[in-house]
Design a protein around this ligand. Structure first.
Ligand SMILES: *Cc1c(COP(=O)(O)O)cnc(C)c1O
Length: 433
């Protein structure tokens, strides 16, 4: 049995300070039961907890850590910047350096602005899209998560979905009365909304590959269809690449699928493990932002030098020839291994990877939209999760979150994981009979 004494001790204290013991809901393990372990440190592809257990980490802090934990290049960049100051609230060169890297990979981001989280990027793009189009309605998709701004919390994914919150308390109806919800992978559902009130719609916002409802892969033509419909109606297309950026391909989903959005949101990987978000896009739209234009947006720590340094170091290493291919090769290895083990244990499993993001559903047929997730066998997932955790493999503690592969998973960590799959699937099997 895994030792959990210290974790339990600390988590019980945490529960008196933080609602649910956590500073972000999914960390509480509510949907898998049991208690979370308390992390002591991270090393490459591993997390070590306060009881000394080691786990292969397939969460990577929910996406950012493409190089794994405490990569020497990132540590060194941070140390160098630390000695020079941690925040200036003024312009500095690292902002420009990171912007140059981002724009090389995301040429649609003709201008951009750095913020501190994906949530902030989401708030800002919506305001900007409304300011530019002088319209107020927003189309989003069921199961997509764009941060916790009121306007975007209708039918959201991630923790909102995991906890089964029907709608979020505290969000006034007025805040979401202009939020229209469509079905992912259904252009018909989008056409319908546009035929009803196309002239009032400011923007479509979408996770191009949905990672907050496990993993929903866009069907051929879906993203292109969104591009066409929005353009035909004078609405903007916003791609939320907070999770997919640098992960499904270096150039994000827009590079992978060849779709050019008007505005893009980035986060997670861009900060190399420090809190950064970004949004950007067409110059004519971005020029509406203060101080050039009337759309206000600001941040005390935005463009923070430590965060910029971590982002630059991470992306510099990640973009080196062969690295992305190596990591996505590991994701493919995992998918192949899971498919094979599942079929050996006669377990219905849908498992996919796009670049370095992966997702699996205990279900008989492909899962293409939020509605399809209702047919997922959650009990099988919970048993699989617990058995793998006890063996030292940490998948997301929710059936509705994507998984992430990092560069150092290659070799020992993935081999270890594959060797433990029979234990995980035996446990899942038990839950299904
Ligand atoms: C994580 C995420 C966000 C929110 O980012 P935070 O940094 O957690 O605020 C927004 N959109 C997507 C697609 C995400 O995955």
């Amino acid at each position: 049995m895994r030792k959990t004494t210290r974790s339990r001790e600390i988590f019980s204290k945490a529960q008196s300070y933080f609602p649910g013991g956590v500073n972000s809901p999914v960390r509480a393990f509510k949907s898998v039961g049991g208690e979370p372990f308390i992390v002591r440190s991270g090393e490459g592809p591993y997390l070590i907890d306060v009881d000394g257990n080691r786990y292969v980490d397939f969460i990577n802090s929910w996406g950012p850590l493409v190089l794994g934990h405490a990569h020497p290049v990132v540590v060194e960049a941070l140390q160098r910047q630390l000695a020079m100051g941690t925040t200036f609230g003024a312009c500095h060169e690292l902002e420009v350096q990171l912007a140059e890297i981002v724009q090389r990979l995301f040429p649609s981001m003709e201008m951009m602005r750095f913020v501190n989280s994906g949530t902030e990027a989401g708030m800002a793009v919506i305001r900007l899209a409304r300011g530019f189009t002088k319209r107020s309605k927003i189309v989003k998709f069921e199961g997509c998560y764009h941060g916790h701004a009121d306007v975007l919390l209708a039918k959201a994914g991630s923790g909102v979905l995991t906890l089964g919150l029907p709608d979020c308390a505290g969000v006034p109806e007025a805040a979401v009365s202009d939020t229209l919800v469509a079905e992912f992978n259904s252009l018909d559902s989008v056409e319908r909304l546009f035929s009803e009130c196309g002239s009032e719609i400011a923007a479509i916002i979408v996770e191009p590959v949905v990672g907050n409802c496990c993993l929903l892969v866009p069907q051929p033509g879906f993203l292109q269809g969104l591009r066409e419909i929005s353009a035909n109606h004078g609405a903007l297309l916003i791609l939320d690449e907070v999770m997919t950026g640098f992960r499904v391909a270096l150039e994000g989903a827009q590079g992978l699928y060849g779709v050019t959005p008007d505005l893009t949101m980035l986060g997670k990987v861009i900060g190399g493990g420090l809190p950064v978000g970004a949004f950007g896009g067409r110059t004519d739209i971005m020029k509406l932002l203060a101080p050039l234009g009337p759309v206000y947006q600001a941040g005390t720590l935005s463009g923070n030098p430590l965060a910029m340094a971590a982002g630059i170091a991470t992306l510099g290493e990640w973009m080196k020839p062969g690295n992305f291919e190596k990591a996505s090769g590991v994701a493919a290895q995992l998918v192949f291994g899971m498919r094979e083990a599942a079929s050996r244990y006669q377990i219905p499993l849908q498992v996919e990877a796009v670049g370095t993001m992966f997702g699996f559903f205990f279900a008989h047929s492909p899962v293409l939209s939020f509605r399809d997730t209702l047919k997922v066998n959650k009990e099988a997932f919970v048993e699989f999760f617990k058995a793998m955790l006890d063996e030292g493999v940490y998948f997301a503690p929710s059936a509705f979150e994507a998984g992430f592969v990092c560069l150092p998973h290659s070799g020992e960590a993935i081999d270890y994981t594959l060797s433990k799959l029979p234990i995980g699937f035996t446990a899942a099997r038990r839950a299904m009979t």
